[in-house]
Design a protein around this ligand. Structure first.
Ligand code: ADP
Length: 156
């Protein structure tokens, strides 16, 4: 059976931290689906298609990385795409505290799905989509924080 993981998040926008984590996790899985969770109560800076496009551009040459989106429970999406694993990144202790409960609850909801955490590369530990959005709002240069293959200024 294929080992499929989903990497859920908002990716608003994708950062070098996300890119690094996906690349490091690839040897563990046959396929990683970068899964954009859609929460109707949340306001995003970039629309879904734009966020998907940037993720696809980042992994143009890696056919084991796919991009998807879902509404509702993450474990339901896992079942839909036959994923046995949820991949999440840990930047700090706050991430761990928060993620631990979600992982435990998800396991109660779907015992066949397990969550795998990977610790962020120290170089990217401070990179967050929300800080990057703030820099973009104030017309700062974010090129060093986002994957080399994408250009936000041109698209936004
Ligand atoms: P969410 O809104 O669910 O936190 P994000 O798009 O911010 O979604 O993050 C998606 C996943 O990527 C999460 O597991 C998060 O911990 C991880 N992540 C966020 N920033 C980084 C980073 N700089 N390095 C590695 N992983 C990260």
């Amino acid at each position: 059976m294929a080992r499929i993981a989903i990497f859920p998040g908002s990716f608003d926008p994708i950062t070098k931290g996300h890119e690094d984590l996906i690349k490091r996790a690839l040897p563990l899985f046959d396929k990683i689906i970068v899964a954009i969770g859609i929460n109707s109560e949340k306001k995003y800076m970039f629309d879904l298609e734009q966020r998907k496009k940037w993720i696809k551009q980042t992994f143009t040459f890696e056919d084991r990385v796919e991009v998807g989106s879902y509404e509702g429970l993450t474990v339901n999406y896992c079942r839909q795409v036959n994923a046995g694993f949820i991949l999440r990144g840990l930047r700090n202790a706050e991430d761990f505290q928060f993620e631990k409960s979600i992982a435990q609850m998800n396991r109660e909801l779907a015992g066949e799905v397990d969550t795998l955490f990977m610790v962020t590369h120290p170089e990217y530990a401070a990179y967050s989509s929300s800080i990057i959005r703030d820099i973009i709002r104030h017309k700062g240069d974010v090129s060093k924080f986002i994957p080399n293959t994408i250009q936000i200024e041109d698209d936004f």
